[in-house]
Design a protein around this ligand. Structure first.
Ligand code: COA
Ligand code: NAP
Length: 305
């Protein structure tokens, strides 16, 4: 059928909803309508935290265009499930449990990736942890845990992939968050970690450009159906969220995948050191809506524990 935006595809959303969710006839990805088939054929994409949510969506985006995919996370079972989904898109997959806080585990995952798929062309650093907590209740261990996973873990991955990326003149994408650029209530730890990521991203872009390596960040807005949304917004916010977003709908994992596909493509070959908001304009209104909802959700979570 012809969709409201003029593209052909099979509509699979709720006709009464304010968003359009649709897939191509194979039920695979929307993105195949926007980029040339085979754009990433033969490329190797490594995604940290690629076993679920946004990161898996990004991995699937690259797989739909011919890339082979390596993923890591802490739970091998989750990675094995994700690997099946990626293989169904035609990708060869290396799925190896590795905690991004542990360089020795990441090194093994990178070596397995290189040995089975070839050197890394694209590294996506998406592994992260989050929870709502007021600053005066945040323990040093809680702060350190999120800094270690998000910031140190992203550094570990970029640093340890460097030799492979030099070989391929590759590209890095960091998955950041709005908390890096404005204060969000009960998100001090995440704001500090993600702000660190975006500054690190620019340092790497500055220093590694001479090797042909491009480095950019994506800041997703609220993405429906994800763990992050569940933890920070709750089901109720997800239902009401689209009304507070200038473009009138929640984000999808495909929205983020499409941005990553663009940023790593030859169309972006002179783009490095950039923070790309992919948020339907939700960041423009600041964090007030988030803060009010988070206070309510936090009270609910505290009541339940
Ligand atoms: N409120 C306040 N502090 C919390 C907390 C919460 N809800 N959850 C964890 N912490 C703090 C505590 O200080 C805790 O130490 P303690 O248990 O000794 O008090 C510390 O964080 C470490 O927690 P732990 O569960 O041992 O860490 P972990 O490394 O096993 O897990 C988390 C990391 C906490 C981030 C966990 O939520 C996780 O694995 N998240 C991954 C998925 C996710 O967050 N997805 C959304 C991405 S946006
Ligand atoms: P998610 O599904 O929970 O993704 C996080 C992934 O990171 C999981 O697969 C998790 O797997 C992995 N992970 C966590 N700790 C790890 C560690 N120490 N080592 C290796 N892997 C680890 O959540 P999501 O909501 O899709 O979020 C994905 C990314 O998008 C995050 O960077 C998040 O900050 C960002 N983001 C999300 C939203 C949103 O609306 N959801 C908005 C803005 C930004 P294991 O548990 O198996 O390790």
């Amino acid at each position: 059928m012809l969709l409201p935006n003029g593209f052909a595809g099979r509509y699979c959303g709720d006709l009464n909803a304010t968003w359009y969710g649709w897939q191509n006839e194979g039920g695979v990805m929307t993105t195949t309508n926007f980029f040339p088939a085979g754009l990433y054929r033969g490329k190797t994409v490594f995604v940290t935290g690629g076993g679920s949510g946004i990161n898996l969506g990004v991995a699937k985006g690259f797989a739909a265009f011919g890339a082979n995919i390596a993923i890591c996370g802490r739970k091998q079972e989750r990675l094995d499930g994700a690997a099946k989904e990626l293989e169904a898109l035609g990708a060869k997959v290396s799925a190896r449990a590795a905690d991004v806080r542990k360089p020795e585990e990441l090194n093994v995952a990178f070596a397995q990736c290189r040995d089975t798929l070839g050197p890394i062309d694209i590294l996506v650093c998406g592994a992260a942890g989050n929870f709502l907590v007021p600053a005066d209740k945040l323990s040093p261990k809680g702060f350190k845990t999120v800094i270690d996973i998000d910031l140190l873990g992203s550094f570990n991955a970029a640093r340890l992939a460097f030799d492979q990326l030099v070989q391929t003149k590759g590209s890095i994408i960091f998955i950041s968050a709005g908390m890096a650029h404005a204060p969000y209530a009960f998100q001090l730890h995440v704001g500090a970690a993600k702000a660190g990521i975006d500054r690190m991203m620019q340092n790497l872009a500055l220093e590694w450009g001479q090797h042909g390596i491009r480095v950019n960040s994506i800041v997703p807005g609220p993405i429906a159906g994800t763990e992050g949304m569940k933890r920070l917004g709750g089901a109720d916010h997800e239902r009401r969220g689209d009304r507070q977003i200038p473009l009138g709908r929640m984000g999808t994992v495909e929205d983020i995948a499409q941005a990553a596909l663009f940023l790593c493509s030859p169309a972006a070959e002179w783009i490095t050191g950039v923070v790309l908001n992919v948020d339907g304009g939700s960041g423009l209104a600041g964090s007030a809506n988030f803060n009010a909802n988070a206070a309510r959700l936090l009270a609910e979570q505290q009541g339940a524990s």
